[in-house]
Structures are given as C-alpha cells and as structure tokens.
Design a protein. Sequence first.
Length: 202
Amino acid sequence: MRFFLSLSLLATATAQVAPQIICDTTVPVGDGKITIELWPKSAPHGVTRLSSLVKDGFFTDLPFFRAIPNFLIQFGISPDAAMMNKWNGAGNIEDDPHSTVPFTDGIVSYAGYGPNSRSTHLFLTLGNQPGLGKSPWEVPVGKVVKGLDVMKGIYTGYGDKVDQGRLNPQRKDAKAYLASFPRLDRFKGCKLIEGQEHQVEL
C-alpha cells in the first residue's frame, strides 16, 4: 500500500499558471478583447505596478493615444484627473533586471525616459522590434496571448500626432482635445486573473 502511494506522489508536480489581464476595448474586431499574460518572475517590479493599476481601475476608458503602424501602441494617460493625480503621486518604480526576451509581436513593456522612470505609460509592440529592449526601462512585463487580431485592429491613423501634454486631465481643455481625435481606440476596462498553482501528472 505504501509503495503504490509513494509512486502516486512522485507522479504529480505543482505547476504555476501565469497571471493574466483580460481587457475589453473599443476595437471593432472579433469580441474586442485582449488577453495579456504577465511575467512576474522576470519583471517583478513592473508586473506589481501593472497589476495594481488594473485593480484600481486605471484602465477604464484609457486611450491608445500613440499608435504607430508597424511599431507600437502606447497608453497610460487616464482621462480621470483624480486617478491620474493619484498615480502620478505614487512615483516611478525601480527598473527590473535586463531581459534577453526579444520584442516580438504583442510584447508589453513600459515606456520611459531614463533609469527608474517607469510610471503608468506602457506600450504593445506591433511586429518584431529588434531596436527595442536596449534601454533599462524596456523590459517585457508580459505578452498578448489572445486577441492579437484585436491589437492589430487598433486605429493607427493618427500615428504620433497626439500631444501627450495636452492629454493631462488637469488641463481644462484636455477633454476637448481628446475629443478632437474621435477615432482613437481605448481600453474600456481590464480585470486581473491572479496566477494559480495546480497539480499536473508527470
């Protein structure tokens, strides 16, 4: 009896299911949903901040304000003044260790401007981008694992024309300025699915 029980125990192991973010968007492709798998082991600081943003509702009505064909889609300026002020006050986060993961289609990373400059700005890559990943803030925090067609359907007609400074919700004209780009797509909202452990047979 004990012999067979030991074999049974040896035949199973614990596997970790990665956490995911499931987002609804305004993109008129399929169901409009994008699923992002998060990589907390290789990017713990970035994933912790991103998870906190999602839990706090930061992604509600969040516009894709910079969408450049065959390059990237950037987001991270909330139109909600109180929300934006809260997370600006939270400060920047420490850079994660350098990663050798290539910036292929659907990689998620923070945008930044120098060491330890990551805050709320992130981007999705469109296609392979070998020029990314060299700066200390450009560390993949995850990847789109479902809804790549939705991601590629995000409107890119405005390219780099949107002035990020004028989107600051503290400005009185921010809402009117954002409305002057009526075709901008956005996240409607996102939810976090925490990672879980489960038993698998060997």
